[in-house]
Design a protein around this ligand. Structure first.
Ligand code: FEO
Length: 394
């Protein structure tokens, strides 16, 4: 069912209530998601993006209940990733030869995924435009590495709508569709989780791209994303927020993340938390057992934090695999400007704090000197060292 956006622009996507994971298992979906496709019906009929392959049949049925497929003049493919291009093969079987407008890199990604070099690709770059009638045109803006090399946004003049694709999105199923109508806490949490877990590695490029877009002085009345809500109330708020998030964002928060074998490392985690709270009662404290927590939610808390404290016992002369995998993901997200401290129990050889220190340094954290390396279970002397860690990170 289509939904009206503005004038002759309609949403025609998939509200994906059942989706519970994304990018394989690398991103948890807690509040559903959506793949937003848009139909523009001016003198030209234009489709902007499609949906994920499992929803292709439903999408095409919806589309052809609204419009004769043969009347579609062209399709804009803002990004080749399968959640937006997945319905293209089935759709193009019905309307072969319809022009696709996309970046040069999207030709590579689409051809690599679907093996249809005969598709009618039309390569565009920043500043290129196409008339769609009634005095309106679509202007293309490459969004390289936000978050793929093939990403682009499309701006509809006169209606002043920026179809931003992944940028400014959220994995959030909102039947109400518009930002002003939805639950604000959920919306902003999901927007931040999306930024922290998907876009943060590209923050320097996000900053540069936002400066470039703002310098164009475009009137932007609506930002129509490819996931989650459409920003129509104060649409530049999410742009300015991205600008803030792209610059080593942190709040007055500290996150403790650990795993434990026989609870000794857990006791240290709790004691460090108590000391941080005692010495800095205004600082928000979050504490997670990594193996029992959603890693994307924990990373969102890391994104907000000025420092993290990471603990693991020694096992096999290294750290627990739960902590090792978590640190690999942490490194991938390229957080900058944050402190870290380490702790852990051991029985025999005691390498865990050294390994944690190395991995956190590699991940871009400034690792402070105080640590707790505790043989067997913590005694009073070990627990007292929590104060030194707290003092170093608050
Ligand atoms: Fe929503 Fe990069 O795909």
């Amino acid at each position: 069912m289509k939904k009206h956006i503005k004038n002759n622009v309609y949403w025609l996507g998939k509200l994906d209530w059942e989706l519970d994971r994304f990018h394989g298992d690398d991103y948890s979906i807690i509040n559903g998601s959506s793949q937003n496709s848009y139909l523009i019906r001016e003198e030209k009929t234009v489709l902007i993006d499609t949906v994920w392959k499992p929803h292709a049949e439903e999408f095409i049925n919806n589309l052809q209940s609204e419009v004769d497929l043969k009347s579609i003049d062209f399709i804009v493919v803002n990004h080749g990733e399968v959640d937006h291009s997945g319905a293209l093969p089935a759709l193009l079987e019905k309307i072969p030869g319809v022009p696709l407008y996309c970046t040069a890199n999207a030709v590579k990604s689409l051809t690599g995924q679907y093996h249809h070099p005969e598709w009618n690709f039309n390569v565009v770059k920043t500043g290129d435009s196409i008339e769609i009638g009634n005095g309106k045109k679509l202007v293309f803006v490459e969004m390289r590495m936000l978050h793929w090399p093939d990403s682009m946004a499309t701006y509809l003049t006169e209606d002043n709508i920026l179809f931003s694709n992944d940028a400014f999105g959220q994995h959030f199923a909102a039947d109400e569709l518009f930002n002003d109508k939805t639950d604000q806490c959920l919306l902003w949490h999901e927007a931040m989780k999306y930024y922290a877990n998907i876009l943060n590695p590209f923050s320097p490029l996000v900053k540069k791209k936002i400066e470039e877009i703002l310098a164009l002085n475009l009137q932007i009345d609506i930002i129509a994303t490819s996931h989650g809500v459409i920003w129509r109330q104060d649409p530049l708020k999410i742009v300015n927020t991205y600008y803030e998030w792209s610059q080593d964002y942190k709040e007055d928060q500290i996150t403790i993340a650990y795993d434990t074998m026989w609870d000794g490392t857990m006791q240290l985690a709790h004691k460090i938390g108590e000391e941080i709270s005692r010495l800095a009662p205004e600082t928000k404290l979050k504490l997670f057992n990594i193996s029992k927590s959603d890693k994307n939610e924990v990373m969102t808390e890391v994104f907000k934090s000025k420092a993290i404290v990471v603990g693991s016992p020694t096992v096999g002369q290294s750290i627990l695999s739960s902590v090792g995998g978590w640190l690999e993901f942490l490194k991938e997200l390229k957080f900058r400007g944050k402190k870290a401290a380490v702790f852990g129990c051991y029985g025999w050889s005691g390498e865990s704090t050294k390994v944690l220190r190395e991995k956190l340094t590699e991940a871009g954290f400034e690792v402070v000197e105080p640590e707790i390396k505790c043989q067997w279970n913590p005694d009073t002397e070990d627990l007292d060292k929590a104060t030194l860690i707290a003092e170093a990170v608050i």
